[in-house]
Design a protein around this ligand. Structure first.
Ligand SMILES: [Zn+2]
Ligand SMILES: [Zn+2]
Ligand SMILES: [Zn+2]
Length: 333
């Protein structure tokens, strides 16, 4: 028997197989073969082959763009959008156009070519979170940008083109539609109930218990009641906040630990699948949407989006979230 479930934030309907869930062994396995260390531009000693670093964690006695760093942020050599120029919004008949202005950066998460993101040490993961935050703050200072998207593609089938561990940041001159839907849903709920929808989701997760994966003082991770994909995981700050830029040192630590733990649990339960994660943050440079609650969504790449999904926006989820959460909770890390 399946259940139709409606996402309370964006109103999207999904079909969840509640009785005959797919289990980890039912999914195809993907091998991750590392082979290109000898030519990799993200490795030590090849810093001159990338655009100059824009942000970095390195000992003060090492010159910029040389070895010795622990996290390095560089502009993408093949950017989706370019930082120079003005937007020049205009119309072409019924179409809206503007110049492809934006920023596209790469966060090289470790100098070690063969290390996977899920295997970073606590200190390394903390450094990555620190750089996410400092790039977010720095890019937000550019008034042309309205949205900063931080995301990661791990594994070839999830879109990673370099095997050396890295994530990406794209600053956009407009707010993307998926985020806009969440912002509007959150605002409507706030107008109606006077509360944050994401805070209410967290409350419900604590009531139901069976979809929670793990938690610490500042963050909670769970498999949402209305996922789009099997083993989809969300990480949210437990206290209401729309502000990512103001995470303090302790919160950075707790976020790094929880993200690391959830990724290890995914890696162990699902035999190291490819995955994507992205951070849904509030827009920048257009007022403070206080009703929003930032969060991370992690989507293991286990199934393919097919005709029904493309045509309807419905998703068929063959693993119920409480089943997925149980596997993740019980994984021996
Ligand atoms: Zn490398
Ligand atoms: Zn909230
Ligand atoms: Zn979201």
């Amino acid at each position: 028997m399946a259940e139709l479930r409606r996402d309370p934030v964006v109103g999207r309907w999904v079909i969840v197989n509640t009785d005959d869930s797919l289990h980890p062994p039912d999914f195809e396995k993907e091998e991750h073969v590392f082979r290109q260390a000898d030519v990799c531009q993200f490795c030590y000693g090849r810093e001159r082959h990338t655009p100059p670093e824009v942000d970095v964690i390195r000992p003060s006695n090492t010159p910029a763009n040389t070895a010795g760093w622990s996290v390095r942020v560089i502009p993408n050599k093949f950017p989706a959008l370019r930082i120079e120029g003005e937007l020049n919004k205009r119309g072409l008949g019924i179409f809206d156009i503007s110049n492809g202005v934006g920023a596209h950066e790469v966060v090289i998460e470790t100098p070690e070519h063969f290390k996977k993101f899920a295997d970073l040490s606590e200190a390394e993961m903390l450094n990555v979170i620190k750089k996410y935050q400092s790039r977010f703050i720095s890019l937000s200072g550019d008034r042309r940008f309205k949205y900063i998207m931080i995301f990661k593609n791990y594994g070839e089938s999830a879109g990673a083109s370099m095997e050396h561990a890295h994530s990406q940041i794209i600053a956009l001159p407009m707010v993307p539609k998926y985020v806009l839907e969440e912002l509007e849903g959150a605002q409507q709920y706030f107008n109606f109930r006077g509360r944050c929808i994401f805070c209410d989701i967290i409350y419900q997760e604590y009531q139901d218990q069976d979809r929670i994966i793990t938690e610490n003082t500042d963050f909670i991770a769970f498999c949402p009641f209305v996922p789009r994909f099997p083993f989809e995981c969300w990480i949210l700050p437990r206290k209401h906040t729309s502000q990512f830029g103001s995470l303090n040192e302790e919160e950075q630590h707790h976020l790094a630990n929880l993200l690391r733990e959830v990724l290890s649990r995914i890696k162990i339960s699902l035999s190291d699948p490819s995955y994507n994660f992205y951070i849904h943050l509030a827009p920048v440079n257009q007022g403070n949407p206080g009703s929003y609650h930032w969060h991370i969504e992690i989507v293991p790449n286990l199934t393919r989006v097919a005709g029904f999904e493309w045509g309807t926006g419905f998703y068929i989820v063959r693993t119920a979230p409480h089943v997925a959460a149980k596997y993740l909770r019980e994984a021996k890390i």
